[in-house]
Design a protein around this ligand. Structure first.
Ligand SMILES: [Zn+2]
Ligand SMILES: [Zn+2]
Length: 221
């Protein structure tokens, strides 16, 4: 298990100088876990050095029972390509967009007022939350999508996609007050995906984990 980061505060940002033609440049091959044959994501530090691999599903709030064993996807005989949006096991399409990174901040202290704590104890309101930079999360340039999520993407139906993904998330992320926060994070992330989406998409097929791209946007320089 990778170390559990308690309640990371996230702020999404896009790397600078993102231009639409960036989407046609070669993209490094994604890493998959040799053991469970599922996608991995990376976290890196301030120097750009990879500090951790984690299962893509974990990044989306699901749990895993083993440590990732990173391997290039083309070296995995029969990779299980899950939908990067709703985690359904049967992704059908690969989309490309600008790489998006998220700075996660670790909460180091929650400050409550003394009087408030004495009267309300654990229900005391948090006056201030101190955080420190924990890691930078790369979401990658390739997003796999199941047919249901792809329908929302093709229609540029942002809220439909957010609703579909939130419904598929673990209850701990969508219960009560968490729902608003989770939907906000999805909105930020998917807005950037939509804004930088490459015009074509690849169809995932057996032996083609990176997708078959019939309308290559490669005509551009
Ligand atoms: Zn695994
Ligand atoms: Zn999906």
């Amino acid at each position: 298990m990778p170390p559990h980061i308690p309640h990371p505060e996230e702020s999404a940002r896009l790397p600078e100088a993102v231009a639409p033609h960036t989407n046609t440049a070669p993209v490094p091959e994604p890493f998959y876990c040799r053991r469970c044959r599922r996608a991995l994501n990376i976290r890196f530090n301030d120097l750009g050095i990879i500090v951790e691999y984690l299962h893509a599903a974990e990044q989306r709030g699901h749990r895993s029972d083993h440590r990732p064993e990173p391997t290039p996807v083309t070296e995995i005989p029969d990779p299980i390509i899950e939908c990067d949006f709703c985690t359904a096991p049967d992704a059908a399409w690969i989309y490309r967009c600008a790489n998006q990174v998220t700075d996660a901040r670790r909460v180091t202290a929650r400050v409550v007022a003394v009087g408030d704590y004495q009267s309300r104890h654990h229900a005391a309101r948090v006056r201030r939350t101190d955080t420190e930079h924990a890691f930078t999360q790369a979401w990658g340039e390739r997003w796999s999508a199941c047919q249901g999520c792809a329908d929302h993407i093709e229609a540029r139906d942002l809220y439909g996609l957010i609703g579909r993904v939130a419904d598929a998330m673990p209850a701990k992320l969508t219960r009560g007050k968490h729902l608003m926060r989770t939907r906000g994070q999805l909105h930020d992330r998917y807005s950037d995906v939509f804004d930088t989406l490459a015009p074509s998409r690849g169809r995932i097929a057996p032996g083609h984990p990176l997708g078959i791209w019939t309308h290559q946007a490669g005509e551009a320089p």
